[in-house]
Design a protein around this ligand. Sequence first.
Ligand code: CP3
Length: 350
Amino acid sequence: MKQTSLTKNLVGQTTDNVPIWLMRQAGRYLPEYRDVRAQAGDFLNLCYTSDLACEVTMQPIRRFDFDAAIIFSDILVVPHALGQRVGFVQGEGPKLDPIQSIARLNDFNQDDFLSHLSPVFEALDKTRTALPNDKSLIGFSGAPWTLACYMINGQGSRDYANVRHFAMSNKEEFKKIIQLLIDSISIYLVEKIKAGADTLQIFDSWAGVLSTDEFYDYCVLPTKQIIQNIKKIYPNVPIIGFPRGVGFNYQTYISETGINGVSCDQSVPLEMMKNFQSHVCVQGNLDNMLLRQGGQAMIDQAEKICQALSEKPFIFNLGHGVIKETNPDDVAKLVSHVKNFKKGRVNNAA
Ligand code: CP3
């Protein structure tokens, strides 16, 4: 296992300083990202051009000295590599040709799948070379449920009612889609480790719309299978899970999936996160809206989070990704506060 402040916390140790990175730390709130984005034209072209993907991955590291880089890509490259049409419409988000059956995808072939994604692996390799040795490189994937949401609905939705309706009315076909995703995500993440990722994160951004039973079947069990598949090959690479918005069900996710770390959204009470720390490393959970506002309220909440969680395995992050209206200067202030946080005594630096 690579030894970084991130991986140490993820395997149950603590470090002198609180490690920090932010979901969507690369993106449109950074002027240097907007420049590269304009140069790339199409968003998928940015994801599939390894030099550009490496460059935007490194931008927030250079600017803020985060403890981890997350490889720049998108969760929707997986459905794309499976043969689905995926596009990104400026200002509207992703648009896919919706599917209702795996027959609409290419017949799964591991070599073709991996060769479609080879620029992502090249970007990882280049970033590993560019990244200081004491920093982690995170590889990620969407979880089966969240990918199925986009694949079946074709675009974002508030509640994915169409997808839940499809799963209830076509249970067997839905399970086939989930199984295909379990298999392909496992292969994808193993390959990311081979290419240089020392930590993985699985984003289940839409887990919060599921009932408790659906959550178990479509989030917990698939995640557990993916983790088992990866750990068979790389038992020591830590994996973070992010079942966003699942409330009390975070507990089930932690006890059943075999995850090393759990990323918590901003609705999770710090007391609950403290309880999770008896079992796993916790990551989170500053409200991305507080970061967008900047100012003293952001600093006060960051301080409260560090005070509550820093004595046990903990990684500072947001409850969800950086919003595009965020001021980079506020990110710099947040990072400086967390990096200067001294464990074990009351910090008045705020
Ligand atoms: O810095 C990082 O965190 C790595 C980059 C990253 C992106 N997408 C880049 C991106 C990561 C980890 C993702 C994951 C992702 N993508 C998720 C899971 C995390 C989450 O936020 O819940 C989801 C649900 C998606 C799907 C997706 N991709 C949406 C809904 C959108 C549009 C939303 C928006 O902000 O416009 C995207 C596009 C996207 N992915 C952008 C970026 C920087 C913006 C596209 C652009 O530059 O025009």
